[in-house]
Design a protein around this ligand. Structure first.
Ligand code: ADP
Length: 315
């Protein structure tokens, strides 16, 4: 184990990101020295995010050292929100970092700091993927359709569409997430539908509406996508899911509807083809549903969103 602090850093200008790693005994002074070195680098731009890896460092910061580093951060702050993620193992330094974050938040620093144990979680936070409303958005049909990434269960829309299975009793993927977060009320409404209208289950391509339980949405529209390789005319059925869901929303005078990428998960529908089918069906359905103001197409990852954007037929 190194006894004095050693470090290395890299500046990724395309990602607007500084990465650094430190080993050995970490003091406020040595960290400030490192950051001064980074700031003197010609590739450094004020406002860059930072990912600091302190997992191989140790130290025993007292309050005055924490305060000294806090003052330094205030001094280098820029007038825009910057995200600094720090990787720690549980222990002394992590405890000091926790205090540092608390006092920095109390004085309203523009450098937002968070601690992580996992690099992947730190990167997600830095990219803003934990903030569905802030991730990149793309609009079509004069703003009536938006394409975004995020978790559909957190959206305060009139209706969230569920990629259900024909039992209507919950499943994996988005279905599981909706039932988990929405609670028992949704399941009760689905059971009632099974007992009354759909004793054999909801056929693929059909859509039904229930309460949204504890979700921030008002309603859930459950639609059953086709299973790729099993259902014939899968494209026709997938188009029907989008069309019938939107018709149902229009019949209930709903204005905003959010869709996941139906059938492209467990049901295996190729994402490229699904993008063409979904966009065409939505375009046709919206032409007959003036009251629907906003359709959000919500993808779970940036990669899925980008496949959709590359294959959509909105124009
Ligand atoms: P299906 O069975 O119709 O294929 P899945 O739920 O397996 O449905 O997957 C549909 C899509 O929804 C997949 O692309 C998956 O990544 C995505 N997904 C899963 N959970 C969520 C969520 N909470 N919010 C948005 N999309 C989600």
């Amino acid at each position: 184990m190194a006894t004095v602090m050693e470090s290395r850093y890299a500046i990724d200008t395309s990602a607007n990101l500084i990465r650094f790693e430190v080993w050995g005994e970490l003091t406020a002074e040595s960290l400030i020295e490192l950051l001064d070195q980074v700031r003197a680098d010609p590739r450094y731009v004020p406002g860059m995010h930072a990912l600091g890896d302190y997992r191989e460092a140790y130290g025993n910061w007292d309050y005055s050292e924490i305060q000294r580093f806090r003052d330094y951060l205030m001094h280098i702050a820029v007038p825009c929100e910057v995200r600094w993620a720090a990787l720690f193992r549980p222990g002394n330094l992590a405890a000091a970092a926790h205090v540092l974050i608390l006092i920095s938040e109390a004085v309203g620093s523009d450098i937002k700091m968070r601690m992580f144990e996992e690099p992947a979680a730190a990167m997600r936070w830095m990219r803003g993927e934990d903030r569905p409303g802030v991730s990149m958005s793309h609009e079509f049909l004069s703003g009536r359709v938006e394409v975004r990434t995020g978790d559909i269960t957190g959206l305060p829309v009139d209706a969230v569409v569920n990629a259900a299975n024909s039992t209507l009793l919950g499943g994996a993927g988005v279905d599981g997430a909706i039932h988990r977060r929405g609670g028992q009320e949704i399941l009760r409404a689905c059971r009632e539908l099974r007992e009354t209208c759909y004793p054999q289950g909801l056929p693929a391509g059909e859509a039904v509406l229930t309460t949204a339980g504890n979700l921030p949405a008002r309603y859930v529209i459950h639609t059953v996508g086709p299973i790729w390789g099993r259902d014939q005319q899968a494209g026709v059925l997938l188009a029907s899911c989008y069309r019938k869901s939107l018709a149902l929303a229009a019949n209930h005078a709903l204005e905003s509807v959010a869709f996941p990428a139906i059938s492209t998960g467990a049901y295996g529908f190729p994402k490229e083809e699904a993008a063409a089918v979904a966009s065409t069906a939505i375009c046709q359905a919206l032409a007959q549903a003036d009251a629907i103001e906003r359709v959000s197409l919500v993808f779970f990852s940036d990669a899925d969103r980008d496949v959709f954007l590359a294959n959509q037929q909105f124009g």
